[in-house]
Design a protein around this ligand. Structure first.
Ligand SMILES: Nc1ncnc2c1ncn2[C@@H]1O[C@H](COP(=O)(O)OP(=O)(O)OP(=O)(O)O)[C@@H](O)[C@H]1O
Length: 203
């Protein structure tokens, strides 16, 4: 198992609420946004996945929500129409709230940010601080697309992974052997504070 699939398995272990399929779908979309941008511009955004009721309490809409009035069945992240819509909406300020099952609930959402108790590498800005904060205040996992085309994952108020989009895609297409590790991923995975104990994983 690669360090990255190992991390996803640990973040998604029973009791944490975010199935690996949903997290993988969000990361894949995040990687596409990081690589493609939109209309010739780099685009950054933020996804908060899981624990939606709690996430709603620590966030607010920045505009009338373009997703909320649509039925759940047409808002699933596996739909190409939804993925293209998200790529378009990612140009707006704010981020997305994604329910555990993969339904995208809200777009253009501002996340209340508290710096107390979060751990963030120096040099990252307010989008990353918001991701760290929402994962400290709730049990959501956050995925950030940086305008610098890096994808970062947060949980428990900490950054837990940094994904280089090209390496992620090579792995997904089987063009990179698992033993060829992304060093950042290995370092971050080794240091994550939320790693489940083997007891928890077996539960
Ligand atoms: N609390 C927040 N909730 C949701 N979105 C936010 C929040 N704070 C900032 N953002 C979004 O992040 C954008 C970029 O902010 P900033 O440059 O400070 O973040 P950053 O972490 O450096 O991200 P990037 O690496 O993409 O530049 C803002 O224009 C806004 O759209």
């Amino acid at each position: 198992m690669s360090a990255e699939s190992d991390l996803i398995a640990r973040l998604c272990c029973p009791g944490r609420g975010v199935p690996p399929e949903t997290l993988t779908a969000v990361i894949t979309l995040a990687v596409e946004i990081a690589r493609e941008g939109r209309e010739g511009r780099r685009v950054g955004t933020l996804f908060a996945i899981g624990d939606c009721d709690a996430v709603r309490k620590v966030s607010r809409p920045l505009i009338l929500d373009p997703l909320s009035e649509h039925p759940c069945e047409v808002r699933h992240i596996s739909s190409n129409d939804v993925r293209e819509t998200i790529k378009e909406l990612a140009q707006l300020d704010g981020g997305f709230v994604v329910e555990e099952g993969g339904t995208v609930c809200h777009a253009a959402r501002y996340f209340d940010t508290r710096s107390a108790g979060v751990s963030l590498p120096l040099g990252l800005g307010s989008r990353h601080m918001a991701a760290a904060s929402v994962t400290r205040e709730t049990s959501a996992v956050a995925v950030v697309v940086s305008e610098s085309a890096v994808v970062r994952m947060f949980h428990g108020g900490k950054m837990v992974n940094e994904i280089t989009p090209e390496l992620w895609l090579l792995r997904r297409h089987g063009l990179l052997k698992d033993e060829v590790e992304d060093h950042t991923i290995v370092e971050q995975a080794g240091g994550i504070a939320i790693a489940a104990s083997s007891d928890e994983q077996e539960a």
